[in-house]
Ligand binder design. Structure first.
Ligand code: ADP
Length: 312
């Protein structure tokens, strides 16, 4: 099916800031792409350009094949956008608000009732359908925003920090909702919450200062950054004997020690793709050591993210 969102050499300059700087990426049909970056990286600006909200300074972007600026009417038909702060009319009841939104979005009159019911159901809003939107908690308002996004059954969703400000239960519900929308919908998901990315996204693009800093699967990024593997061990024994024994293991790159009254706390870096835990435990035991703990350490996407965005 090809790319549903295609961004090519996109740049956006505000008065003094180049917010987006020659950015290119694409989102394939049915994919949930994680759109990551520190504050001020240019995520919101990119998303606003994609929704036709404002023009780019240069470059092109298409959504479902439509040019986001020249064909913004067509784009709006296929796109649902959840901004970070959902503008919800405070003096309308939930159901009333969704009816109003359905009309604005030109959902055919005959289909409106069903679409509204189904959106309320998917976003767990039925219990608050008669509440004034202004009286809802942030979590519920976010869900109203998402329901409003879904009314015209858009193929493509752009979600800006959809779980921000939600409590843990609401976060879980929102994530499984997003997960269930993948496949049928193409989703560009901006978030700060890395476990969310690991759960929802097969692919991630990290932007920094308006440019692509890196992209890949969460696993690829983790692998790439850590290069080798890292092991942690806590061993009772003589540091000198242990050092001598470990020095004979060929794929060990480095060892850092922390001697705590005869208990050695150490971190070992090994060559990538090799599991040397057994060699290490044999060496330690051979040197008269007692292993209290030995485990592989995995860098989280969070570690990677910090490294990538502070490297530049
Ligand atoms: P992010 O969503 O990744 O936090 P933004 O797209 O909001 O990043 O911002 C990117 C850069 O553009 C920032 O330096 C920000 O200060 C600047 N910026 C954003 N909106 C405007 C605006 N309306 N006018 C001037 N500068 C802006």
């Amino acid at each position: 099916m090809g790319a549903m969102i295609q961004v090519e050499h996109l740049s956006k300059a505000y008065a003094n800031t180049l917010a987006v700087d020659d950015l290119s990426f694409e989102v394939q049909a049915g994919e949930i792409l994680g759109f990551l970056g520190p504050n001020g990286a240019g995520k919101t600006t990119t998303m606003r350009i994609l929704t036709g909200f404002m023009p780019a300074t240069s470059g092109t972007a298409t959504v479902a094949g439509f040019d986001v600026f020249k064909q913004s009417y067509d784009v709006r038909k296929v796109l649902g956008y959840l901004p970070e702060n959902v503008p919800v009319y405070t003096d309308m009841r939930v159901e009333e608000y969704l009816r109003y939104r359905a009309k604005v979005k030109e959902v055919p009159r005959a289909e409106r009732k069903n679409r509204i019911e189904s959106a309320m159901e998917r976003c767990f809003l039925k219990e608050v359908r008669r509440k004034l939107t202004g009286q809802l908690s942030k979590g519920f308002r976010q869900r109203v925003g998402l329901a409003s996004c879904l009314l015209h059954n858009p193929k493509i969703l752009i979600l800006d920090e959809p779980t921000i400000g939600l409590d843990p239960t609401q976060i879980r519900a929102a994530r499984s909702l997003i997960q269930s929308l993948g496949g049928e919908h193409t989703i560009l998901l901006s978030t700060h919450i890395l476990p969310e990315v690991e759960m929802l996204c097969k692919r991630v693009i990290i932007i920094n200062r308006g440019r692509v800093a890196d992209q890949g699967t969460p696993d690829e990024l983790t692998q790439k950054m850590r290069g080798g593997n890292r092991l942690r061990a806590e061993v009772r024994g003589s540091k000198e004997k242990l050092q001598a024994a470990l020095a004979r293991i060929p794929s060990l790159r480095s060892v850092t020690w922390d001697d705590k009254n005869g208990v050695q706390d150490f971190t070992l870096e090994t060559d990538p793709g090799r599991d040397v835990r057994e060699e290490i435990s044999t060496a330690i035991i051979g040197a008269g050591g007692v292993i209290r703990e030995l485990h592989r350490e995995t860098l989280t996407l969070e570690d990677i993210f910090v490294r990538i965005t502070t490297q530049e």
